[in-house]
Design a protein around this ligand. Structure first.
Ligand code: ADP
Length: 374
């Protein structure tokens, strides 16, 4: 006879097993169990719903047979990683359904072991990402169209503007003596307006190019970039009496001209949005996991917390052009640059207490990272 304690324990184990089997069979993702040779030994209901293969179709079948040929090498590599005890998470792949349709998936695989820690099987949890792929393809297409649109509009606006400017300047210079004071003033308004619009278009063009053009990475010494930025800002530094200091900045892999634009925009803003005090700006950097955290601190007018995110949106400005000139493209450009490098940008600030603009840059930029696969 089985002793009562053991009997209760067996009942408990049986109940646990029933519960786990239900979780396995009714799970919202497809789950496939393979033996150590890669043959399928079990599959849940979701596999049939998504891929059309019944459990009977699959039992004993090498899992690789469900993948198109071009995915076989990757599948072998992932299997080897799994067998070595290294779980493979969210690896992209493609599975052929029973009807022959190719279904994009994300698969997580890990080793199952027995009570002696010996490998017995491999579990694969497989997510169908068809919907996600479609949405992301549509978004990419929209984005491409939008960029083409911005770039076309900017080019097409530039030409008539140059014509307006040219003829108004001819009018101003050629008819000086015949124009009254009012007319001369109005002509100057036109020239100023055209100049402003030209700057706006140039900023927009720069912004749209950031996204549309391929980016190249090289080793960039940010200290050299800072020297260049200060040379470009020389006039406004002198005019405002700004004092700009910096700790040692990192040397990293990035795009030199974009990093120049980033640092120059942030310092330029720190000077532009100064308080009544002469501007002081300090740059510093610290190492973080996988890269660098750089910050630019100023003693300017500061920014209300409600605006901390919005100021990075294109055309979002907190001041009228009459108060402080600008196009509202600078920080959007900074964000696009940082994101293209695989980092993020944010601000800490309170009105009247200066601002600290922070950004992170990975040591290994996004475009140079290994393509996700596995
Ligand atoms: P712009 O300077 O052309 O207006 P930006 O995109 O560079 O455009 O900045 C957006 C807004 O963020 C600015 O209009 C300004 O109100 C605010 N801002 C940016 N930098 C600072 C700063 N260092 N201190 C205070 N406000 C700032």
């Amino acid at each position: 006879m089985v002793p009562r304690d053991d009997f209760a324990r067996m009942k408990q184990i049986e109940a646990d097993l029933r519960r786990m089997t239900k979780v396995f069979m009714d799970g919202a993702d497809s789950i496939v169990i393979r033996d150590l040779q890669g043959r399928i030994v079990d599959a849940n209901r979701e596999v049939e719903r998504v891929f059309g293969w019944s459990r009977q179709d699959l039992l004993g079948l090498p899992a690789k047979d469900l993948l198109p040929q071009e995915w076989h090498d990757l599948a072998d590599q992932n299997m080897a990683r799994c067998l070595a005890g290294e779980p493979v998470r969210n690896a992209e792949g493609v599975v052929r359904s029973k009807s022959g349709q190719l279904i994009p998936i994300l698969s997580t695989a890990f080793l199952l072991t027995d009570e002696n820690d010996q490998p017995v099987a491999i579990a694969n949890i497989v997510k169908d990402i068809t919907g996600l792929k479609q949405v992301s393809a549509r978004l990419e297409q929209r984005n491409r169209e939008l960029k083409q649109f911005v770039s076309a509009v900017s080019h097409d606006l530039g030409e008539p503007l140059r014509a307006i400017r040219g003829f108004v300047e001819l009018l101003r210079d050629g008819y000086q003596d015949r124009l009254g004071n009012d007319a001369r003033e109005w002509i100057q308004f036109v020239v100023d307006g055209v100049e402003r619009m030209q700057r706006l278009i140039d900023d927009l063009l720069d912004y749209s190019r950031l996204e549309s053009q391929a980016i190249t990475f090289e080793t960039v010494d940010c200290n050299t970039v800072l020297v260049q930025a200060l040379a470009n800002l020389h006039a406004s530094v002198v005019e405002s009496g700004a004092v700009i200091t910096s700790d040692r900045l990192p040397t990293l892999s990035g795009n030199a001209s974009q990093l120049l634009q980033l640092i120059q925009n942030l310092i330029g803003n720190a000077i532009k949005y100064r308080s009544k005090e002469p501007p002081t700006v300090h740059l510093a950097a610290e190492r973080i996991d996988g890269g660098w955290h750089v910050f630019v601190r100023d003693n300017g007018i500061g920014i209300a917390p409600a605006q901390h995110e919005k100021i990075f949106d294109i055309f979002h400005r907190l001041h009228s052009r009459e108060q402080i000139p600008g196009s509202g493209v600078g920080l959007a450009t900074c964000r696009a640059i940082v994101e293209r490098h695989g980092g993020r940008i944010w601000v800490d600030s309170q009105p009247g207490q200066g601002s600290v603009f922070h950004f992170t840059l990975p040591s290994k930029p996004a475009a140079a990272k290994d393509a996700s696969a596995g």
